[in-house]
Ligand binder design. Structure first.
Ligand code: ARG
Ligand code: GLU
Length: 720
């Protein structure tokens, strides 16, 4: 295996339709020196691989953090100041918001350390070091041993490696597979637990353009928010305490005001989540033609209902804004992805590749023995996998789409403990947990909206999923109300304990054996329990079995591809580990004769201004600054830059990642991709795949000129 990685020939084998563009790739920081630095320098990068990743001295990796599991953020001061996207801090900003303190609408700025807002449960993780542990993970295994035995040895080895790595340190270790399990790396991390909100612009800036502009270029979203990492007096992670002090990082990014122009080098350093670049055509077919079109349909229903409710009432807008952003984000991406895969003819290109690799495999006896079964096996497995995946994912969409149904799922333990007659103390603890949870839940709950969702979700479930895959309780319910979920729901929502906070609280407080009888007559409860039982008995086990078969094939298929294209330097799919993408600031042709330039400005915000449209309602203060050309030092050519695009290969999770120029300075914050190229998780398109970043100068302009929080700039290192 190792041999494959040492081949650094940059000559790409020209197989029909399959060469890799030099800018495609999400690379491993530890291996930059070996595989990437030469090309990076050719593109303009002026620093060394050690400046990006080193274990011997402070470097950029010490300033890039995984923010609360799903996003990236970066340190921008010696006092633990952290910048990420507005959408990454969104649900936290929302948690702190109410009609009295509406930080979503008005923004929030702590004017001193004392005013910074704690966020229980939020974590920030910094990589200490990483290491190739492939040999240690695979020790004692062979390719021809029984898969279960192989898995068992691998897990044991991984446990050992992780334990040894963090002995006598406060760090945490994890070993992760790369190249579908052909290589393994160890990551040793330090996780901070006291992270406070320092500032956020109003949504009319931080979410400007809203879901209308989401995934689209040209873009004008001021997508940033600011936090601070706190540590104990020893600068080590600590639980929240007012005595904690700002964390002193080993490194933080200096900020450049020089900005970008077309052709400039850029690098994105962050935590991309998942990509699937090496999957067979059958996988693309499943996602593009079978599963996602149906998920799009059901989410369209959810969005229509929630949109209408949000537009009708400012309280509902606050309650449902974060939920709706989550639902619509993936929904819109799936739509763009299907279009992109169609335009690039990804399925037929993969099929051609599969024909060619099959020919290569069968031309050699040893190869035939190792690989000939792979593609036929994929075909067979995906035939069933696509049905199990659809039923599982779609049913989840139905369940999660009805909030009170979801709430009722949480009662399962309380019911079984009460039936068993468990220790009253344990039962009381469960009750307290449920009541605490319900307070959060009902803060953001609107009964009428949920009732409409109930009707729509259940209709969609019956219309989309074949009878044999529907939970029996659903079918019973449907016939008992003659399919009239609307009338049925009015009565149900009037009496159910899951649709009213006071009812719920009283019910849980007094929960006893007779409550068990009562709850078993509540259709929200019976339905959720039955759907869950149905799925976990009839769908999940087979789905898991099929997926593990696919994983084994993936490992072998990846190896075959690497042998087949032995001259190519492969990058591993994203797996939520720290990665580097690099490339160039550049525009693109959206369609015939339409070229998108790579930089947007405040002028474009003013052009989009429309107080009638929620997503385009520009704050007066910003209009004033524009009219007076009060731009401070943040303008270029008479305009304030807002966003820019480049061809860095990024994906979900890269939100909030630092965008770095040739000198290693922070020039932007990655937050999105452009519509025409969003299929890049499965097929990167060099002509159109672009990442969208906020120009750091716009963030500074807003902090300084708009919010009057310029004191925050004093602790940053700003290079003019
Ligand atoms: N599309 C970006 C990402 O995938 C931004 C999402 C947040 N914005 C929104 N309008 N929902 O996370
Ligand atoms: N907005 C995405 C995120 O939250 C990044 C955009 C993308 O998927 O590339 O990570």
């Amino acid at each position: 295996m190792r041999k494959l990685f040492t081949s650094i020939a940059l000559l790409l084998i020209l197989i029909p339709g399959f060469s890799v563009s030099p800018d495609e790739g999400i690379w491993i920081p530890l291996l930059i020196e070996k595989y990437n630095i030469k090309l990076m320098k050719e593109k303009g990068f002026k620093l060394s691989a050690e400046d990006i990743y080193s274990v011997n001295r402070a470097c950029m990796k010490d300033a890039v953090v995984s923010f609360n599991g799903g996003c990236t953020a970066e340190l921008i001061s010696g006092e633990g100041l952290l910048i990420t996207n507005h959408h990454c801090g969104y649900s936290l900003i929302q948690d702190h918001s109410s009609l009295e303190h509406d930080y979503l609408t008005d923004g929030f700025w702590a004017m001193s350390g004392k005013e910074e807002l704690p966020n229980p449960g939020v974590t920030v993780t910094i990589l200490k070091w990483m290491e190739d542990v492939t040999d240690k993970v695979l020790a004692g295994t062979s390719d021809d041993m029984a898969p279960a035995e192989r898995e068992r040895i691998i897990s044991l080895n991984i446990e050992n490696i992780q334990r040894k790595a963090v002995e006598r340190t406060g760090y945490r270790a994890s070993v992760k597979p790369f190249f579908m399990g052909n290589q393994y790396f160890l990551f040793v991390n330090e996780t901070f637990r006291d992270v406070r909100l320092v500032g956020a612009p109003p949504s009319s800036i931080g979410k400007f353009g809203g879901d209308t502009d989401n995934w689209v270029w040209p873009r004008h979203t001021g997508d940033f928010s600011i936090f601070r990492v706190y540590a104990g007096k020893d600068n080590k992670p600590a639980d929240y305490s007012p005595d904690n002090v700002p964390y002193k990082p080993a490194y933080y990014f200096p900020i450049s005001l020089k900005g970008v122009k077309e052709g400039d080098f850029t690098m994105v350093f962050g935590y991309p989540g998942t990509t699937s670049e090496y999957v067979p055509s059958y996988h693309i077919d499943m996602v593009k033609n079978f599963v996602n079109p149906r998920l799009i349909e059901i989410r369209t229903r959810k969005i229509d209902i929630i949109d209408e409710a949000m537009n009708s009432d400012p309280l509902i807008r606050i309650q449902y804004s974060a939920k709706k952003a989550g639902i619509s984000n993936a929904w819109k991406k799936w739509i763009g992805e299907i279009q992109g895969l169609e335009r690039m003819k990804t399925i037929s290109r993969k099929q051609e590749y599969e024909a060619a690799i099959t020919k290569w495999i069968s031309s050699d006896e040893a190869r035939s023995k190792s690989y000939a079964d792979i593609l036929p096996s994929y075909k067979r497995i995906y035939d069933s996998l696509k049905i199990y995946t659809l039923v599982n994912n779609f049913t989840n969409e139905v369940l999660s789409g009805i909030e009170s149904l979801n709430l009722s799922r949480n009662l399962r333990d309380l019911v079984s403990q009460t039936e068993k007659g468990s220790d009253p103390e344990a039962v009381n603890k469960l009750k307290d947990q449920l009541i605490a949870y319900s307070e959060q839940f009902f803060k953001d709950y609107n009964r009428e909206t949920d009732r409409k969702l109930f009707v729509s979700m259940l209709q969609s479930y019956g219309e989309t999923i074949e009878q044999e895959w529907l939970a029996p309780e659903y079918t019973r319910l449907k016939s008992s109300c003659n399919g009239d979920f609307a009338s049925f729901s009015v009565k149900l929502y009037d009496k159910s304990v899951f649709t009213d906070q006071a009812r719920f609280k009283d019910f849980i407080k007094g929960f006893n054996r007779s409550s068990v009888k009562k709850i078993k007559k509540d259709e929200l409860y019976t339905l959720s329990q039955d759907i869950m039982a149905f799925i976990s008995e009839n769908v999940r086990p087979e789905l898991a079995r099929l997926n593990s078969e696919v994983q084994l094939l993936n490992k072998r298929y990846m190896k075959a591809q690497m042998e087949y294209e032995s001259g190519r330097v492969f990058y591993p799919d994203a797996n939520s580990t720290l990665r580097v993408a690099f490339g160039t600031v550049m525009g693109y042709y959206s369609r015939d004769a339409v070229y998108f330039k790579p930089v947007s400005t405040l002028k474009g915000i003013i052009e989009k201004d429309n107080p009638e449209i929620y997503d385009y309602d520009v704050p007066d203060k910003l209009k004033e600054l524009y009219a007076n050309k009060d731009f401070g030092r943040y303008a270029a050519d008479g305009e304030v830059p807002v966003c820019f695009i480049a061809n860095n290969h990024t994906t979900g999770g890269n939100s909030g990642s630092p965008v770095i120029n040739s000198e290693g300075y922070l020039i932007g914050i990655n937050f999105d991709r452009a519509w025409e190229g969003v299929a890049s998780d499965m097929a990167f398109n060099p002509d159109q795949s672009r990442n969208i970043s906020l120009d750091i100068r716009f963030a500074l302009f807003i902090i300084d000129k708009f919010a009057g929080a310029g004191y925050l700039l004093n602790e940053m290192t700003i290079v003019e």
